[in-house]
Design a protein around this ligand. Structure first.
Ligand code: AMP
Length: 189
């Protein structure tokens, strides 16, 4: 399975990604997690992206694309993957398409996790209390929502036109949403 999961900040992408990936026996690859691990480890990449992430902006495409290509080239991703948080704009869509075409691969489905925008802010503020993510504060959240609406939301139409979109209601318990995703994916195959 080669899967993407798309959703607004706070839609529950990360939570669902690991368990869906485990179900299909593929690695969950989160660009946000890769960046956060680099910040924590004090690497050059971490230093480069910290201020950008704290502001809720997107890390430049050339940096992000290279990280994803390196990760997809690793052995455990050869037979499948679930990308969480990538692509996030139409340029990244093209970069991913070129990579897949060059490797004779194609996506199987794009999960779109749908949550009413009014619920998202509350979820993010709650996560801020639990996880202490430095980009989960009201100011940054506002910018991340705006970036999502202007840059990432258009991907939903793009993948719908490509016949890959699997819209899933993201409101409910974690196990309930997980079952919806797996049922929707299995119904396609
Ligand atoms: P996430 O964990 O997916 O919410 O990502 C947290 C932050 O990491 C985002 O607000 C961006 O600053 C950065 N980031 C993650 N994925 C990408 C991406 N595909 N392109 C650019 N920036 C990204």
């Amino acid at each position: 399975m080669r899967l993407l999961i798309i959703g607004a900040p706070g839609a529950g992408k990360g939570t669902q990604a690991s368990s869906i990936a485990e179900h299909y026996g593929v690695p969950a690859i989160s660009t946000g997690d890769i960046f956060r691990a680099n910040i924590k480890g004090g690497t050059e990449l971490g230093k480069k992206v910290k201020a950008i992430m704290d502001a809720g902006d997107l890390v430049p495409d050339e940096v992000t694309d290279e990280i994803v290509v390196d990760r997809l080239d690793q052995d455990d991703a050869i037979n499948g993957f679930l990308l969480d948080g990538y692509p996030r704009n139409l340029h990244q869509v093209e970069a991913l398409d070129s990579y897949l075409t060059a490797n004779g691969q194609r996506l199987d489905a794009v999960i779109s996790l749908e949550v009413d925008p009014e619920l998202l802010i509350g979820r993010l503020l709650k996560r801020a209390e639990i996880e202490g993510r430095s980009d989960d504060n009201e100011e940054t959240i506002g910018n991340r929502m705006a970036v999502y609406t202007s840059q990432t939301a258009p991907l939903i139409d793009h993948y719908a036109q490509a016949g890959l979109l699997v819209p899933v209601d993201g409101v409910g318990g974690i196990a309930e949403v997980r079952t919806r995703i797996i049922d929707a994916l299995d119904a396609r195959s």
